[in-house]
Design a protein around this ligand. Structure first.
Ligand SMILES: Cc1cc2nc3c(=O)[nH]c(=O)nc-3n(C[C@H](O)[C@H](O)[C@H](O)COP(=O)(O)O)c2cc1C
Length: 279
């Protein structure tokens, strides 16, 4: 339900909602915002109008401004430290992450931006370590079959070595993690290349701030999508979601004591001289 409502006792007629609407469908009738019925279908549901209103006078799509959290930006130092201290965790404790923590993470990834606010990213969460263990076993069985039948995809012969390692007790593909989180998007969405990766980046940072460990996992992605594609299907990832990536996570078995130093490897500053050369 579109349900665009303005509380006239609160509205101070500042025009911020009209100015900030990215699709410019709000107009002011004697100072009060409104959206005509013909323009309502153009709304992308971004809720900028609700967020920008200084007096919480405006609701839309059934959302209540009084239920919104106040904005409290973390200090730049705290955010920088989080970004510099997160590491790829490859050693996990076996127990499940608390349900409340998982729910909180799912709520947060729903706030990640998407092209045109389409929010067509599918989030696939393995929240039960027993299910994760079964996925591990079935994936390894699929790899074993591909090795036996000599049908590993071209360029992925190294999965045979991962199988040997697994048989010796080392899980190189899923890193022994008790949980898996996948974001994927359909090819016909506005930004399939970017949307899942933004959500996963948010997930990783927030997971770290909640005391969890995580690792981006290309091996798991290739295993589930290319080497044993029936596993990807069994996990519910549609075939047209080619843009997908995997993060393994859980309570870490390792604690890093400090950040490290890193140099920017490739920074190209564009100055006027570059533009002159291009003529
Ligand atoms: C897109 C992507 C895919 C990755 N795939 C794997 C993987 O399959 N297995 C793994 O152990 N680490 C994987 N990593 C982790 C990288 O090796 C790691 O980010 C890099 O070595 C830097 O270390 P740090 O994340 O601890 O800073 C991946 C990272 C990214 C960004």
């Amino acid at each position: 339900m579109f349900d665009f409502k303005v509380d006239e006792t609160r509205c101070i007629q500042c025009g911020e909602c009209e100015a900030d609407c990215p699709v410019r469908i709000i107009d002011l009738a004697e100072g009060l915002p409104r959206i005509s019925a013909t323009r309502q279908p153009l709304c992308i549901g971004c809720l900028h109008c609700l967020a920008v209103c200084p007096t919480a006078a405006l609701s839309i799509l059934g959302k209540d401004p009084d239920s919104s959290a106040a904005i409290m930006p973390p200090s730049p130092d705290a955010l920088e430290n989080l970004m510099k201290s997160r590491r790829s965790v490859r050693r996990y404790r076996p127990e499940a992450v608390d349900r409340a923590v998982l729910d909180r993470l799912m709520d947060i990834v729903a706030h990640a931006p998407t092209g045109k606010n389409q929010r067509r990213v599918r989030f696939t969460l393995v929240d039960d370590p027993e299910v994760m263990e079964r996925i591990r076993v079935l994936t390894m069985e699929g790899i074993r079959k591909a090795v036996d039948e000599d049908s590993l995809p071209e360029g992925m012969g190294y999965f045979a070595k991962f199988l040997t390692a697994y048989e010796q007790g080392r899980d190189i593909i899923f890193r022994g993690a008790p949980h898996m989180f996948i974001a994927s998007a359909p090819g016909d969405s506005t930004s399939p290349e970017a949307d899942p990766f933004i959500a996963l980046t948010w997930f990783e940072l927030m997971a770290n701030s909640l005391g969890l460990g995580a690792v981006w996992c290309g091996y798991a992605r290739w295993a589930l999508q290319d080497v044993v594609p029936e596993m990807g299907r069994r996990l519910g990832i549609p075939d047209d979601h080619r843009s997908m990536y995997v993060i393994m996570f859980g309570y870490p078995e390792v604690r890093y004591a400090r950040t490290v130093q890193r140099d920017v490897q490739d920074l190209h500053r564009v100055g006027m001289a570059c533009l002159e050369d291009a003529r």
